[in-house]
Design a protein. Structure first.
Length: 471
């Protein structure tokens, strides 16, 4: 029967009645087979080691890159127009985004490797992919590039760095172009809005003849100033009118009549007629006292007085519109020096009152015109304010967008931070491969493991029997 023990090998299992003889011979056969397997393992390890030692020598150039930890900030502010700002914060400020990891992927990207191979005039398959290591808790990137010689590895490292920076420049330019296109589209819309607002404002000003809110404010200020001035003039007129009333009461005469008296007294022709009248009246009184009323000289003098009186009345009619005895009363009132001074003050005050009254009438008319204009333009001013506010807002938005477009062209390291060479590509002094010491140690460890494995396989039955016996 076939042994069902899974730990037995085919050559260990007795199959006939002569199994005992075969079993006694099997250890030698097993030893040969195990020795053969071990020998083959040693030969394989030695062959692999020799093949590795005979591979072409390789040199590794190392260099390091560093990303800055902080960014800059730009801001443009235009008074009463608007502002624009652009800030480049730390590349590590955004959670879940590590620019070092992004740069590692860019370094290992196919586009960068292909560009590097073309710079070196090599086939893409010949250029080995570099090793990129990120240093923990820092922004340092370590790169290793292999070459067939010290100079070749250094040249490959520089070519890789140039291809990497070229790729970053292309990415930055592409980002700037896309941002600029977006801003330009917005800027075009803002320009149309700004022009529309300007046209509406100009059309409204032409239609209403209202240039600015300052013009309306000037009207309001002028109306208020006129109101105050009118109040002051009315107060002055009230005071003067009181003085006029007082003088009129003292002279028992109307101010208008006093003005007529001074008008007549100032006329030379009237003064001549007045002198003739007074002379005739004086001579008449003298003649009457001497000869009585019926004497021819008295009658003759009365005629002279009558003619002089007619001349006075006629002249008075021409000057002040009076041709009756009121003229004679005015003449008699002007004879006294005291009354003459009071008349003069009365007339001057009356003239001043008339002047104030005329000025008040004129200013009141002007004020009413301004108030009417203010009331008429009140709705227009509100509409003008709305249009100017819309225009100012459009100007602010347009200016900010234009400034933002310029700032975007200045700030090119927002998404792709600046890269600095911390350590330049080195010139390796010794080849990095093949590493004979490490490979020899590896071969020895492989031989030891092979020997241990076959030894363990040789003594497996005894070990299993001991383990089963203990169970």
């Amino acid at each position: 029967m076939r042994n069902k023990n899974p730990f037995f090998t085919p050559w260990d299992e007795p199959t006939t009645s002569t199994a005992l003889v075969i079993w006694k011979k099997s250890p030698k056969q097993r030893w040969r087979k195990y020795f053969l397997l071990l020998l083959l393992a040693y030969i394989g390890i030695a062959s692999g080691l020799m093949l590795y030692w005979n591979t072409p020598k390789g040199y590794t150039s190392h260099f390091s890159l560093m990303l800055p930890g902080t960014g800059n900030s730009s801001k443009v502010s235009l008074e009463r127009v608007g502002e624009a700002q652009s800030a480049s914060t730390s590349p590590y400020a955004i959670q879940n985004v590590n620019p070092s990891v992004n740069y590692k992927q860019i370094l290992l990207s196919n586009s960068v490797l292909v560009k590097t191979a073309h710079k070196l005039n090599l086939d893409e398959s010949v250029f080995q992919k570099p090793k990129v290591k990120l240093v923990d808790r820092s922004s340092i990137i370590q790169i290793s590039v292999k070459g067939i010689s010290s100079v070749d590895s250094n040249r490959r490292a520089w070519a890789l760095y140039q291809s990497f920076t070229d790729q970053l420049t292309a990415l930055r330019q592409d980002e700037q172009q896309k941002r600029a296109q977006s801003v330009k589209k917005s800027l075009f819309v803002y320009t149309q809005t700004l022009n529309d607002d300007k046209q509406r404002l100009v059309a409204f000003k032409k239609k209403t003849a209202l240039i600015s809110h300052k013009q309306y404010d000037d009207w309001t200020s002028s109306a208020e100033q006129l109101r105050q001035q009118i109040e002051l003039l009315k107060a002055d007129q009230t005071n003067i009118q009181g003085y006029i009333d007082q003088l009129s009461s003292s002279l028992s005469i109307n101010p208008d009549r006093a003005a007529d008296a001074f008008t007549l007294q100032a006329d030379e022709l009237f003064q001549l007629y007045q002198a003739q009248y007074h002379l005739s009246e004086s001579q008449l009184a003298n003649h009457v006292s001497k000869w009585g009323n019926n004497h021819p000289a008295v009658i003759n003098e009365k005629e002279k007085r009558r003619v002089a009186q007619e001349h006075l009345l006629k002249r008075s009619l021409e000057l002040v519109g009076l041709d009756n005895l009121s003229t004679l009363k005015l003449i008699n009132l002007g004879k006294s020096r005291l009354k003459s001074g009071m008349f003069e003050k009365l007339i001057l005050s009356f003239a001043e009152s008339k002047g104030l009254n005329n000025k008040i009438v004129s200013l009141t008319a002007t004020q009413k015109e301004l108030v009417s204009k203010i009331s008429l333009f009140s709705d227009h001013v509100a509409k003008l304010d709305d249009l100017e506010r819309e225009l100012n807002l459009s100007e602010a938005i347009y200016t900010s967008a234009a400034a933002q477009l310029d700032l975007n062209q200045v700030d090119i390291y927002g998404s792709y931070p600046l890269v600095q060479v911390l350590a330049k590509p080195s010139y390796p002094k010794a080849p990095s491969s093949p590493n004979k010491i490490i490979s020899l140690l590896g071969a020895i460890m492989a031989a030891i493991l092979s020997t241990f494995s076959l030894t363990l396989l040789w003594y497996r039955k005894k070990l299993l029997h001991k383990v089963l016996a203990n169970l």
